[in-house]
Design a protein around this ligand. Structure first.
Ligand SMILES: Cc1ncc(COP(=O)(O)O)c(C=O)c1O
Length: 391
């Protein structure tokens, strides 16, 4: 649990909390002071002395080591990408798949994952969708009836963006190990709010962006590729992918060997400002610890559910601890409520099934109380329609 003093210090880091009730970290993180300072310092260095780039690259490598620790991986297993979608597309095009092989996904999971694999239908790969209700979580049992000897990949979000389900990646990972299936996880909604141990979960590839639980602006992604999966070949390569990059910068066709580590999937220059920001963000997250962040958002979730019950508002996703974490989609009509919350300075997201409230390390029980009181007042008010936005 986060102590009162620590929570106050964390909250100070997020000035947005003084301006509005921010319950939208599953959409985008507000920036902390420390992240803003890291970005400022990068801009100043670029502005005043144009780098030096080797210093920025050295810092990026330190960030790689910190990200690896975050996932219980080794630095050689971490590549930096642009976002989750890029990581998932890298995976979809790296796994050796032949016509007639199949990939199993959950129906309605994030479209950016689905499209990466659906794109392989052109090669004759079969894409199987497993139906799942919004208030259910996927386990090994969910997938078992859909897999056979031609199943090569199971891929899913760890936490879903549209209902907040926390899928049972541990049992699915065990199944994948037993059946020799690659497990590709979209951790965009879980990274930074749920401790992730890629080894214990038997994840082959994990992709995430960094603009939610990892607290930095859009444009940087992290990709874990388990060591030893040498058969996963990059579809795109640049000099940064090569095992023996030519010192004279002249590409020669005789040596096309790619690196053994995850950096074979990196393409050219990295997002150095965001990487510098990510290092500051990880320090801030570490000052609390992901396990305590998870406990904190779960406790706030308990309080939220209590208030929702009193208000007669249902949630679309599961209610049980362990099956939900920091995302709660309130079964309230978007046409009425999205605009109402916005008028009341409450930042939430309209989603498929209602209004998404997402909790973060800086939210407090007072935030939840205030949300409940805003809902109470809103239950008697009418508001105009808005367009739904998906992220
Ligand atoms: C589960 C999930 N996957 C993927 C994405 C998209 O990620 P990106 O923009 O990093 O590709 C999101 C939301 O932005 C998401 O919630």
């Amino acid at each position: 649990m986060i102590s009162t003093e620590k929570l106050a210090a964390v909250r100070e880091q997020f000035p947005v909390t003084r301006r509005q009730l921010y319950l939208d970290s599953a959409h985008q993180t507000p920036l902390s002071l420390s992240v803003r300072d890291a970005l400022h310092s990068f801009i100043n260095e670029g502005y005043e002395m144009a780098g030096p780039k080797p210093v920025w690259i050295r810092r990026a490598e330190e960030t790689r080591a910190n990200v690896a620790r975050f996932f219980n991986a080794s630095p050689s297993e971490i590549a930096f990408t642009k976002n989750t979608s890029e990581g998932l597309n890298i995976a979809a095009n790296a796994v050796p798949l032949k016509a007639g092989d199949n990939v199993v996904l959950i129906e309605g999971d994030h479209p950016n994952n689905a499209y990466a694999w659906l794109n392989l239908k052109a090669k004759g790969v079969e894409i199987r969708f497993v139906p799942l209700k919004d208030n259910e979580v996927a386990t090994a049992k969910t997938f078992e009836p859909f897999i056979d000897e031609r199943t090569k990949v199971i891929t899913l979000s760890h936490v879903t963006f549209h209902a907040g389900q926390v899928h049972d990646v541990a049992s699915i990972g065990k199944l994948c190990k037993e059946r020799n299936i690659y497990l590709v996880v979209d951790a965009m909604q879980s990274v930074g709010v749920i401790p992730l141990d890629v080894k214990a979960l038997n994840i082959s590839v994990l992709a995430a962006g960094t603009h939610k639980g990892l607290l930095v602006p859009q444009g940087l992604g992290v990709l874990y590729v388990a060591d030893g999966l040498d058969e996963l070949r990059p579809a795109y390569i640049a000099m940064s992918s090569m095992l023996n990059p030519p010192a004279d910068y002249i590409a020669r066709s005789e040596d096309m060997a790619v690196r053994k580590d995850a950096q074979r999937f990196e393409m050219g220059n990295l997002n150095l400002p965001d990487l510098q920001a990510l290092d500051a963000a990880i320090k801030l997250i570490d000052s609390v610890g992901v396990a305590d962040i998870q406990k904190h958002v779960n406790e706030l979730g308990d309080l939220l559910l209590k208030h929702l019950d009193e208000l007669g508002v249902n949630v679309v996703g599961p209610r049980e601890r362990g099956q939900r974490n920091h995302i709660y989609v309130l079964d309230l009509p978007v046409e009425k409520w999205a605009d109402y919350f916005s008028r009341n300075d409450v930042r939430v997201s309209p989603e498929r099934g209602g209004i998404r409230v997402s909790l973060a390390m800086f939210n407090t029980s007072e935030d939840v109380e205030r949300l409940a009181s805003v809902i109470r007042s809103g239950q008697t008010e009418n508001a105009p329609a808005v367009t739904m936005q998906l992220d």
